[in-house]
Design a protein around this ligand. Structure first.
Ligand SMILES: NC(=O)c1ccc[n+]([C@@H]2O[C@H](COP(=O)([O-])OP(=O)(O)OC[C@H]3O[C@@H](n4cnc5c(N)ncnc54)[C@H](OP(=O)(O)O)[C@@H]3O)[C@@H](O)[C@H]2O)c1
Length: 332
């Protein structure tokens, strides 16, 4: 008998209405691929909420099972370096976009997408990090590579209570940076201080409406997760020679500004993309999270939910209401 499993199922009804339900599928329903994985844990990212609500920029065809992150055990593999029983993690590429994703209990994917987990990092821990945390890691590495060192001055993190933001705050603090967390959530200041933020500011304080081309220099570096005018303000307030990473667009995909921060202060704007990140870079970053980037605080920023809770959690993340990371635990 073929193996059945449960999956979140997003369907397009008439008039552009999308519905979500939990259905039973079989592994034969999955696309061909090198590696069949029993997914033990997934995690919720902003992009999953877009896929789960019919955003065709993320998912072209429905019905569909979202989930850009998955971690679990190899069941079958045609790749010699991946053996049944190996704990593995898959994030990004096309997973959960147009390939059935981690909100189902099984996935089948190309071997090039699969990273064998370091012994010191469990599937559950890897999903506490997930795409959001991995992107935070890429952002921190980019700042380091462009000379933003601990002790260089304050580093700003925008969207600080979100998935990328919260891991960025914790990781930067763990590495000895002086972190200033910017949030729109008045009631989350203690959460951010507990993660290691030296100071917490209200989002409006780092969202300059004046339109002036340059503002008073403050930040040695910035991890921006929201885009729009917060990213513009960050670039205008970064100190001479500093660097700003950009990975997100929850505030806006548009940036309207002059070139002056770049040509008068040498400020660097560093684009971050985790989706098509090379396999060797993935392996290096996961190894770091298992070792020198190990985050003892990770459990503090994680809530575990089941497939049946996802409906509510998706609505929350869509409206900027999540705090920290959401791990989806599959019952088998
Ligand atoms: N480039 C990549 O490879 C990559 C990878 C992962 C994620 N991303 C992108 O990065 C962004 C953040 O992802 P995430 O998973 O961290 O999402 P998230 O958990 O929803 O966090 C986003 C945070 O941004 C803040 N925010 C929400 N709406 C806002 C608005 N209108 N204006 C300003 N701030 C707002 C909120 O934090 P506060 O309330 O604390 O301000 C919110 O918690 C998304 O755009 C996502 O698509 C990109």
């Amino acid at each position: 008998m073929s193996t059945q499993f449960r999956a979140l199922w997003v369907e397009e009804k008439q008039d552009g209405v999308f519905t979500r339900s939990i259905v039973t599928r079989t592994v034969e329903d999955l696309p061909p691929g090198d590696v069949l994985i029993r997914v033990q844990f997934s995690s919720l990212n902003y992009k999953d909420a877009l896929s789960a609500t019919g955003n065709k920029g993320v998912t072209r065809k429905y019905p569909h099972t979202p989930g850009i992150d998955a971690a679990g055990l190899v069941v079958e593999s045609s790749a010699p370096h991946l053996q049944p029983g190996d704990p593995v993690v898959v994030i990004g590429h096309d997973l959960g976009m147009n390939t059935p994703g981690g909100f189902g209990q099984f996935i089948r994917v190309p071997a090039g997408w699969v990273v064998k987990l370091p012994a010191a990092l469990s599937p559950a821990e890897s999903m506490a990090i997930g795409t959001a945390g991995f992107t935070a890691g890429m952002s921190v590495e980019a700042l380091q590579a462009h000379g933003v060192a601990p002790g260089a001055g304050e580093v700003l993190v925008t969207g600080a209570t979100g998935g990328v933001g919260s891991v960025a705050v914790a990781l930067l603090a763990r590495l000895g940076y002086t972190v200033v967390a910017a949030t729109g959530k008045e009631d989350s200041h203690d959460f951010l201080r507990d993660l290691g933020a030296a100071a917490v500011v209200n989002r409006s304080e780092v969202d300059d409406p004046s339109g002036r081309p340059l503002l008073k220099e403050r930040w040695a570096g910035v991890v921006d997760t929201v885009g729009g005018n917060l990213l513009v303000t960050a670039l205008k307030t970064t100190r001479y020679g500093g660097a700003v990473t950009a990975c997100g667009n929850v505030a806006s995909p548009k940036i309207e500004m002059t070139v002056f921060p770049f040509i008068l202060r040498g400020v660097k704007l560093l684009g971050i993309d985790s989706v098509n990140c090379a396999l060797a870079d993935r392996q290096r970053l996961w190894a770091k999270f298992a070792d020198e980037w190990r985050l003892p605080l990770l459990t503090q920023m994680v809530r575990r939910v089941g497939l049946e809770d996802l409906d509510h959690e998706i609505n929350l993340i869509l409206h900027g209401g999540q705090v920290g990371r959401i791990v989806v635990a599959h019952k088998l």
